[in-house]
Design a protein around this ligand. Structure first.
Ligand code: UVW
Length: 331
């Protein structure tokens, strides 16, 4: 039995269901608190063959980076033939490839207007919400994979990777049920759409085109409060996906132009088209994006086991906004 309230029973902050205060007034971990030592021990029992899946995509992909982020340059110091080299990354953006979105990444403007504090999760000050808090804890537990890409294909409705093809939040539940996968409290939910496999077969020119300002359109979970409700009610510790934004992109693509215009005119309503603004600041649910789940998904489809041990060691970057997940799935 869960000790957490359901989404509908959560206390409201700025008019929105929020997990603020559930883990204490200064908490900076949110749902990651569900990664308890007991759950780490139980997750270790899932390791049978010792097969390890490293979930970071190449740091150089996507190339060019999306959302207007700049590519980094990689300098290798030292003379050719010298005794040592170092790496120096110039202009590296922690969100240019596989990433955790930390709690500094997104604030909720209704909470900023109506609640004490920063509008970030738990009202904690912007500057004090660094991903270093997650890094110092280390993230270990059980992960379960929902292979939506494979499931939609089997249903005869393959995902369309070049447009904002919505995955209904309830389809996520249907996919898990079809796999026979039961989500347990404290799991890290991995959701594979197949976007990374699709991206990798694009030509350099096509990659450049989709990275142009305003051009990106991707499948993802349909934005809105139902998404927040479905994810919260699973009582997961975090969600990690292979698409660029977890939810469908761009925000507003599934709304009427009038609704989108209204929301954009009042940032306190942004959650109506962009669920990041509920999941991170209001619910304290970490989001993983562009994780490479391809090999793990192949393995799960082959052996029918969708649960595994999970570890992630984010960068210990003081005041950091985001980090590569440095995540491993171990079966
Ligand atoms: C979006 O918010 C769309 O993506 P990211 O988390 O990479 O900024």
């Amino acid at each position: 039995m869960s000790t957490l309230p359901s989404y509908r029973d959560l206390p409201r902050r700025a008019g929105l269901p929020a997990s603020w205060g559930l883990w204490g007034p200064d908490d900076r971990l949110g749902c990651l608190n569900l990664l308890t030592p007991e759950r780490a021990v139980a997750a270790a029992a899932l390791v049978r063959s010792g097969t390890v899946f490293a979930l970071n995509w190449s740091m150089g992909l996507p190339d060019p980076p999306l959302f207007g982020r700049q590519p980094f340059t990689h300098e290798v110091t030292g003379a050719p033939g010298g005794t040592s080299h170092d790496d120096v990354l110039h202009g590296w953006n922690t969100q240019s490839s596989s990433q955790w979105d930390g709690f500094r990444h997104i604030r909720n403007h209704a909470a900023l207007a109506d609640e004490p504090g920063s509008g970030h999760f738990n009202g904690v000050d912007d500057d004090e919400h660094g991903i270093d808090h997650w890094a110092r804890r280390g993230l270990v537990g059980r992960a379960v994979l929902a292979d939506i890409g494979r499931w939609r294909e089997a249903m005869g409705r393959p995902l369309q990777y070049d447009r904002p093809d919505p995955i209904e939040p309830d389809e996520l539940l249907d996919c898990l049920a079809a796999q026979g996968t039961a989500v347990e409290e404290g799991d890290v939910l991995l959701m594979r759409t197949g976007w990374i496999g699709w991206y990798e077969q694009l030509s350099p020119a096509q990659r450049t085109t989709i990275a142009e300002p305003g051009a990106l359109a991707t499948p993802g979970l349909r934005s809105g409060e139902r998404l927040a409700e479905v994810l919260w009610d699973m009582h997961i510790a975090a969600i990690g996906c292979d698409n660029p934004a977890v939810e469908v992109w761009p925000p507003g693509a599934l709304s009427t132009p009038e609704h989108e215009a209204e929301v954009r005119a009042d940032r306190r309503r942004l959650h109506e088209i962009f669920t990041h603004t509920l999941l991170l600041p209001m619910l304290g649910l970490p989001l993983g994006e562009m994780w490479n789940l391809e090999a793990l998904a192949e393995h799960c489809a082959a052996d029918g086991r969708y649960a595994c041990m999970f570890t992630s060691a984010p960068l210990n970057l003081p005041r950091g906004v985001a980090s590569p997940p440095n995540a491993l799935a171990i079966k």
